[in-house]
Structures are given as C-alpha cells and as structure tokens.
Design a protein around this ligand. Structure first.
Ligand SMILES: Nc1ncnc2c1ncn2[C@@H]1O[C@H](COP(=O)(O)OP(=O)(O)O)[C@@H](O)[C@H]1O
Ligand SMILES: [Mg+2]
Length: 207
C-alpha cells in the first residue's frame, strides 16, 4: 500500500494542515518521525484536533525534542543522540502520511540531512509549497534537490490563495504533477478540510 512523505519548501507553510486533510480524506494513519518543539500542540495532536480521528490513527513519534529548532540542534540541546536506524517508518495497518520536519535540507543529525533519510525509505514524496511570492524559486530548488538524488516526486500540493501564474510556471519548468491547491480556510476543522479536498483534489491521484 502506498504511503506518502509530506515535505515542503519551508517550515510554517501548511504541511501539518495538508497532512490533516490527507490523513482524513485518504483514510491513512499519521506519523511524524521527529517532532521538534513541544510548547503548544505537537503536530500529531494538531492533526488529531483538526480531524477528530481516534488515537489509533496516530503512530508515536520516534523522537520528541523540546526546542522548536532543526532536529540536529534540538537533539543536542536535549542531550539526545538521534539514531538513524530508529528512524524507519513503523509497520502500519493503513497507509501512512509521514510529515517531515521543515524543508528537505533540514539536518536530522550533524551528518544526515532529512532528504537522505527520505531517500533511504523509498516512499514517494508530496512536496507542499506556498502559492505566494518566492515560491517559484523555493519549489524549483526543492525539486532539483530531489531529482539530483533520483527521488520519486508524487506531486505538488500548493497551499494558499490562488496564484495561477506561480503554479503554472512551476508546473511548466518542472513537469511535476500538480495535485491541487488547498486554499486558506477561515475555519480549520474536519468538515472544511474534507470539503477542501473534494473541491480541489482528486482521490484517484493518491491511489
Ligand atoms: N489551508 C490553511 N488555511 C488556513 N490556515 C492555514 C492553512 N494551512 C496552514 N495554516 C496555518 O498556518 C500555520 C502554519 O501551518 P502548519 O500546517 O503548521 O505548517 P508546517 O507544518 O509547514 O510548519 C498554522 O497556524 C496553520 O493553522
Ligand atoms: Mg508541521
């Protein structure tokens, strides 16, 4: 069964909200391998709050680190040594939505970038990107990094207000499939996320 890695061009672009939409719409489980930052709600709890899905749809993180920093640094501050061998997608009865930390080139340790961890898993990636100014550069750079490593890009998932030319330009330069655009929702809840998926995405694109 096909799982997906949800990555993005940056932190704070809407990966968690997009992951909530997909976990609900595709009926998957959700896993966040490394959670950096525990003040407020961790990403798994945000997804659970947004979807109201039961506990068994959420697999425990491999590492939960205190500070909202890149995992390599947050681990150092917590005096935790991240063992890459423990960072393997867990067995799951359902497909997995795996939400990465920040963007692709985030270091997990002092000698392992997240993108290389994803490569070793051999699971297709969904690259989330903003729609606004700056996204053409960030998105094409991320795609090039994935291509350089011969990694499978399942598609692009845009988040934000409509910007047809940015999306068209990225699609034309890269040839990567655009899965859809998740608009900014005034109220984030399960019903609105389900509606956003139905209106802007095709379930068969994730089969
Ligand atoms: N589609 C959306 N509609 C409304 N607010 C959103 C949407 N996507 C993200 N946000 C808000 O933007 C912020 C960052 O989103 P988040 O999903 O946590 O980003 P990331 O996981 O990439 O760090 C959050 O406050 C979130 O509620
Ligand atoms: Mg997140």
């Amino acid at each position: 069964m096909q799982s997906f890695i949800i990555t993005g061009t940056d932190t704070g672009i809407g990966k968690t909200v997009a992951s909530a939409m997909l976990t609900q719409a595709l009926g998957t489980n959700y896993w966040k391998p490394v959670q950096s930052g525990i003040e407020g709600m961790v990403d798994a709890r945000v997804v659970q709050k947004l979807t109201a899905l039961p506990d068994d749809r959420f697999l425990p993180e491999s590492y939960v680190l205190s500070e909202p920093l890149s995992p390599h640094r947050a681990a150092e501050l917590d005096r935790v040594e991240i063992d890459m061998n423990r960072l393997i997608p867990p067995a799951s009865e359902r497909r997995l939505i795996i939400e990465g930390a920040g963007g692709l080139m985030v270091p997990i340790t002092r000698n392992n970038l997240q993108i290389n961890m994803f490569k070793s898993w051999d699971i297709p990636l969904i690259l989330c990107a903003r729609t606004g100014l700056g996204t053409i550069n960030h998105t094409l750079l991320s795609i090039e990094a994935l291509w350089n490593r011969q990694m499978k890009i399942h598609g692009l998932l845009f988040i934000g207000e409509e910007n047809r030319d940015n999306i068209k330009t990225i699609a034309e330069y890269s040839g990567v499939k655009v899965l859809g655009r998740l608009p900014l929702l005034v109220e984030l809840n399960a019903a609105n996320l389900q509606q956003a998926f139905s209106e802007n995405f095709k379930a068969e694109d994730f089969a």
